[in-house]
Write a protein that binds this ligand. Sequence first.
Ligand SMILES: Cc1cc2nc3c(=O)[nH]c(=O)nc-3n(C[C@H](O)[C@H](O)[C@H](O)COP(=O)(O)O)c2cc1C
Length: 413
Amino acid sequence: MLEGKRILLVIGGGIAAYKALDLIRRLRERGASVRAVMTAAAHQFVTPLSVASLSGDKVYENLFSLTDEAEMGHIELSRDADLVVVAPATANLLAKMANGLADDLASTLLLATDKRTLAAPAMNLRMWLHPATQRNIAILKSDGVAFVGPNDGSMACGEFGPGRMAEPLEIVAAIEAALAADTELPLQGEQSHSLSLKGRHVLVTSGPTHEPIDPVRYIANRSSGRQGHAIAAAAARAGAHVTLISGPVAIPDPAGVTTLHVESAQDMLKAVEASLPADIFVSTAAVADWRVARSSEEKIKKGAAGTPTLTLIENADILATISNRPADRPALVVGFAAETEKVLQHAQEKLGRKKCDLIVANDVAPETGVMGGDQNTVHLVTTAGVESWPKLSKVDVAERLVARFATMLGAQL
Ligand SMILES: Cc1cc2nc3c(=O)[nH]c(=O)nc-3n(C[C@H](O)[C@H](O)[C@H](O)COP(=O)(O)O)c2cc1C
């Protein structure tokens, strides 16, 4: 899978730089070639001699090197690869990437590249959890940068928590997954030209719903909202006016999108109906099928009344409701089918039952790691048949789906 692939590895200045040496070995063992770029700070942690010995190539370090620029200029360097990998991705490098800074060779090529970037962050847990770093991560994710790690664990600084760089073999697996997708990045202008949803209103639901039992307790599910939010962000990048109706999630609102926050399935339906008309409705949210028939106004107390029994009643089906609206049904109605068994069969039944144009089916059995994870393997189910996509990051799934929506909508006009 890595045979013949060209990896451009940017090594940042963190303690975990020593793991980059092992990563180079692992990649070369698998037949990939590695060209390395080191930041000035990286030299404090590993030597260019070690990196060059392991990669079998010279190490690129200086933006203003006359010889390097003559042999392989920084623009060529940034493009002559199948994937750009930043490991360790320091807080500083991530901040520069998120803000488009280009003041050394590493940051300049990260801005100039036309290939996707995979970052393996590594830093002290307070640096990782700092709102500035989390903001930068959210920006980079919405820009399409893929991430692996960081992991929880003990750190060189003696603290314990998130911030440890992913292990070399985990990074190898993430590189293989990233390479399975198309790693060529279209220019923003080209992208919005070819995938234009300009002037369209795209309505997306995302995340779980919370169904109240009493004022402090609720029934929920494991949806993280990552796929729905990524679709909203991708539609906005394609020029659409996007309304995102989000259930309770722990991820930031996407940039350039109008986001409305709701709790329950009933609230979500009301918000969706109030946001119509729309050209495209994408029902990504994991809406609760049932709610508690009579949720209590007061917190239910333990005691004389014994163990409470919850009676559930069915929630309205948002996808079917919107798909069957006589006057203002969106031209394209897309549902998601998250199943743990017989994925395609259930998706095909759902397509007919709910009268939508496309069902995006995915297997959310616990062993797949899809619920809450960064990756997704989806099947597109229409009346014409089934199209299965390889395992992709949720951001890549979103970009491809939005391109497909634009094509389907165009075909209807
Ligand atoms: C001993 C030591 C360890 C460090 N480890 C990290 C680290 O793991 N992650 C990080 O983001 N910064 C770390 N830093 C800080 C970076 O080296 C510093 O922010 C530097 O400017 C990063 O430069 P670069 O992003 O160009 O590589 C460390 C600094 C020292 C002195």
